[in-house]
Design a protein around this ligand. Structure first.
Ligand SMILES: C[S@@+](CC[C@H](N)C(=O)[O-])C[C@H]1O[C@@H](n2cnc3c(N)ncnc32)[C@H](O)[C@@H]1O
Length: 193
């Protein structure tokens, strides 16, 4: 898949695969439990979830373990990230997680799109691609670091959005914000097509 121009992204550099191990830090699941993400996703039985910018798939795998009925498409534009997830799945198979590097064949097929710690990295073009994945009746769930939170972890506040800024960006992409809330260090925004 072609690498995107980052125009419009708050943090214009893409995530460096050399830092991939921070994505597998188990303490993430303390301040952002997989169960909480599942609650916010509110996915119907057998739903297709596209994990947009899956990285090493830390949450894709955690969701699959808890909800084996879900079909989880782990999408990333960086082959190095998908290689790390592939190695993880080879060591511990998770048949309901499939890997993808191109969003185009997935257009209009996602009951839910999960974008976890990704919005601040997405340029306008990538955000438009993400929005096209959402099926009618489905929604995208953006969970990202909150620039208004006092956080011991995550990127510096000037690399990430406040909830208001994030909502404005999501709206500008053409999605409709249904609800939003703040979490310990993150915000969550649900937006329908
Ligand atoms: C900070 S990491 C978060 C990974 C994962 N969501 C997590 O929370 O563990 C952001 C990931 O988004 C991916 N990414 C950024 N822009 C993307 C795009 N346009 N399409 C697909 N993946 C993208 C990066 O390659 C990186 O793996």
């Amino acid at each position: 898949m072609p690498h995107h121009e980052r125009h419009g992204a708050k943090q214009p550099e893409r995530f460096d695969p050399a830092r991939a191990q921070v994505l597998d830090d188990p303490s993430r699941f303390i301040y952002l439990p997989a169960e909480l993400v599942l609650d916010l996703l509110d996915a119907p039985e057998n739903a297709r979830i596209v994990d947009f910018g899956t990285g090493t798939g830390a949450y894709a795998v955690a969701l699959a373990q808890r909800r084996p009925d879900l079909e989880i498409v782990a999408l990333d534009e960086q082959p190095q990230m998908l290689d790390l997830l592939r190695a993880k799945l080879n060591a511990r198979p998770q048949p309901s997680v499939e890997l993808a590097d191109d969003p185009r064949p997935l257009e209009g097929t996602a009951d839910r799109v999960l974008a976890l710690n990704v919005l601040h990295e997405l340029g306008d073009e990538a955000l438009a691609e993400l929005s096209k994945l959402v099926k009618p009746g489905g929604y995208a769930l953006f969970i990202d670091w909150n620039a208004d939170a006092d956080r011991p972890v995550g990127p510096p506040n000037d690399h990430v959005y406040t909830l208001d800024e994030a909502e404005a960006r999501v709206r500008a992409s053409g999605l409709n914000v249904m609800w939003s809330q703040t979490l310990a260090y993150h915000f969550a925004i649900a937006a329908s097509a």
